[in-house]
Design a protein around this ligand. Sequence first.
Ligand code: F6R
Length: 600
Amino acid sequence: MCGIVGYIGEQDAKDILIEGLKKLEYRGYDSAGIGLLNDDGVHVFKEKGRISALEAAIDRSVHATVGIGHTRWATHGEPNRENAHPHQSASGRFTLVHNGVIDNYEKLRNEYLAGVQLKSDTDTEVIVQMIEVFVKDGMAVEAAFRKTLSLLHGSYAIAMIDAENPDALFVGKNKSPLLVGVGAGFNVVASDAMAMLKVTDRFIELLDEEVVIVSRDHIRIMTLAGETVERAPFKAELDASDIEKGTYPHYMLKEIDEQPAVIRRLLSAYQDESGHIRLSDDVRQAVLASDRIYIIAAGTSYHAGLVGKQLLENIGKVPTEVHIASEFGYNMPLLSKNPLFIFISQSGETADSRAVLVQVKKLGFRTLTITNVPGSTLSREADHTLLLHAGPEIAVASTKAYTAQIAVLAMLAVEAARAKGIDPNIDLEKELSIAANAMQTLVDQKETMEALAKEYLAATRNCFFIGRAVDYYVALEAALKLKEISYIQAEGFAGGELKHGTIALIEEGTPVVAIATQFHVNGNIRSNVKEVTARGAKACIISMEGLNEEGDRLVLPEVHDALTPLVSVVPLQLFAYYAALHRGNDVDKPRNLAKSVTVE
Ligand code: F6R
C-alpha cells in the first residue's frame, strides 16, 4: 500500500527519492509524487499511475537537497492527480505525505478548517491545513505539528517539509510503519527499510505517537507531548541483492524458485545443536498453557492457517480454529478459557489482523505472530514471534511466505506434541528435508506447468480447483493465486461440495484441476472428477506418487502426507504465473492489489 520516503542531506534528493519509491512499488499504488525544497521554495510533482509517469513529469533542472516522496493507494478520494501526495497547506508553506487513514478527518475539518478551501478529497490534506492554521495562530511549527498529530484518530505515518526551514524533515507515526535511516551527513525517512537500503543500512525504529525532527546531522525523537526519547539505530539484516530480481523476469518466479532453500533455511534456523527442531521456551510454554489456538489471518496467510489447523490438531493435538481477520473482530466466537492467538502475516502489517491483536490483547490473551518481517507491527505488539526467514517477498502474490508459514506451523505442531509428552509421529526434520527436495524437483519442471497453463487456461474465463481434506485448503490457495494475477474467475472447492450447487457452472470445456495427495480420500476425489467430466469439464488431476493413476497430468514426488501442501502448491503457483504471463499481465504488480494491506 502507500509508501513514504524522505531525504535531507547534501546530494540531489530527487533521484534518491525516486529510487526509494521504486523499491516500494511492489506494495501496490495508483499515484505517486515528490516534494522538493530548495532556495526557490517547494516544488511538487505528482502523477496518477506508475512512477515512470512521475519521472516524466519531474523538472530535471530542479536541484534540491531536501525532499519527501509518496506512493498512494487510494482510500479517501479516487486515484487522480489532485488526490496524490504530497499535499500542501493553503499558503504552500507546508508540504506533507501520509500513509494510513484518519478516522476523524471530517470532524477535524469542520472544527478547525471552516475558512479553508480544500483542494483534494483526502483525509491527508486536513492534516497539513491544520498545521498551517495553528502556525498562523502563533504556534511554533514543531508544536503545531505535535498538536495536530495528537488530534488525529486513526493510523498515520507522516513526513513534512516547511518551505521556511530547509534544515528539517518533520516526521511522526501512529500504527503505520515508519523508520528513520541514519547516514553520514544525511538522514532519510522510509516506511520500509528496503526503500533506503542503497543509502544506509542503519535505521531507527519509531514507536506509535512519536514525532521526529530529522536534520542533516541530527535526529531528535520525542513523544507527542514533547518529551525527548533516546533510541539507538539497528542494522537492517537485509542485503540489497535480496531485493533485486537478478536474472529472473519476475520476482514471483524468483520467489517460487527460492522455496526449497527457504525450507532448508528454516530448518537450520530452528534446529538446536543436536539437530532437533526447537522453538523458544516461551513459545513452547505459551502453547502448553493454552486450551485452544485461534489462528487469525487474511488471504494466503489464512489459507496457510487452514493447513496449520490440520497440523496442530493432528500432530500437536491442540484444538485449533482459523478465522478471517476482518470477520473475527466483528463476529467473535465464544472463546475458550485459555486461548492462544496466532497471527499469521507475511508482512506483519495487515490492518485487519492488527485490529484483532489490539482487541484480544485488551482482553488479556496471549499472542504469537508468525511473520516474515522482523520488527513489523504485529511482531512488535504480540507477546511472541516466529520468523519465516523467507527473505523479502516482493511479488504481490505470496508464494514463499505461504510455504514457510506451513513449515513453521508444522514445527509448532511438533513442539506442541513434545511439550505435552505426546509422540508427534513424524520425524519433521527429515520430512521437511524430503519436502524441500520434492519442491526442488517441481520448480525444475516449469515447462510442464507452462504447457498445462496454455492447454487449460489460454481461452477460459473461469477455472475450478478441487480437493478433499488438506488438498481442499491448497485448492483455495491455488484459486486465489490464479485470480489475483491472471484475473481468471477461479474458485477452490471441497470435492464433495461441488454437487451441492456449484456443479451447475460446469459446462463443456470448463477447466477443473483436482489435487489428489491424500490416500484416505483418493477414491472420493477421483469420483468427483468423474462427476464433472461427465458434464463436460476438462479435468486435470495432480496426484502424488503412490496414488497416481493413468491420465494424471502431473505426479508429485512422494512426501509425508501431513506436508503435501508444501509440494502440491508449487506447480499451482507456476500454473497461475504462466497463465498471467500468457495474458500479458503485470505478474508482480497485479491490478487493484497491494502487498501490505495497512487499511481495514
Ligand atoms: C495473496 C496475498 C494476500 C495476503 C493477505 C495477507 O497472494 O498475498 O492474500 O496473504 O493480504 O497479508 P499478510 O500475510 O501480509 O498479512
